[in-house]
Design a protein around this ligand. Structure first.
Ligand code: HEM
Length: 182
């Protein structure tokens, strides 16, 4: 019994020192100690190693998703600023720029979809999932107020733009707090 456990212990030492992973040594040891896999000491050890490796890779994935969430929130905020700037170009330089404003406005929701997916991958809180949804609702308002020229509803469009910008910065703040957390 003690000898059997001793063999298991020896196998753990070999495994840890990675001698067993060398092709020739590994094959030889595997042949000699083939029956070791039934040794409870070695079984418990290898199960623990497997679990640790799995949880480590999960943590890495979660951490990456959180950094990507932060990066996307920064990009969204910059994109919103650019969108407002393009509107300014259309007003102050050339009305033909409205076509760029319309085109870019249709691309912006992609950032929100990304944020939403990353919030799940990064196992972030409800606030992190809810913020892109809320901004998406404001985007919907943006789409429905865009062509209401000559009406009070149309004038909501630039005000709503300010709200979108503010919520984008809130998304950055919230993401910043969580990226360091495990
Ligand atoms: C967060 C910032 C903004 C976003 C996301 C946004 C989004 C949009 C979108 C998506 C459209 C096109 C709707 C469609 O045709 O389907 C649009 C059109 C328009 N936006 Fe904005 N907008 C923003 C800021 C502004 C600002 C600050 C102004 C005013 C100075 C403005 C004025 C207009 C006008 C006049 C149109 C109609 C352009 C046309 O069809 O010729 N937008 N906007």
């Amino acid at each position: 019994m003690f000898v059997w456990f001793g063999v298991g212990f020896l196998w753990i030492v070999i495994d840890k020192s990675e001698i067993a992973s060398l092709p020739s040594w590994g094959n030889m040891f595997t042949k000699i100690f083939f029956h070791i896999s039934a040794n409870p000491l070695y079984v418990a050890y290898s199960e623990r190693v497997e679990k640790t490796t799995e949880s480590e890779s999960t943590t890495t994935r979660v951490r990456w998703a959180r950094y990507c969430y932060l990066g996307t929130a920064v990009l969204l905020t910059l994109a919103v600023l650019i969108q407002i700037y393009i509107a300014g170009m259309a007003v102050f330089i050339d009305p033909a720029r409205w076509s760029s404003h319309v085109a870019f406005g249709n691309v912006l929701p992609v950032f929100l979809a990304l944020l939403f997916v990353l919030a799940f991958l990064g196992r972030l809180s409800r606030t992190h999932k809810g913020l892109p949804v809320l901004i998406f609702v404001l985007f919907f308002v943006q789409f429905s107020t865009a062509h209401r020229f000559g009406s009070l509803v149309g004038a909501v469009h630039p005000v709503n733009a300010v709200l979108i910008f503010w919520l984008s910065t809130v998304t950055i703040q919230r993401a910043w707090r969580w990226t360091g957390a495990k």
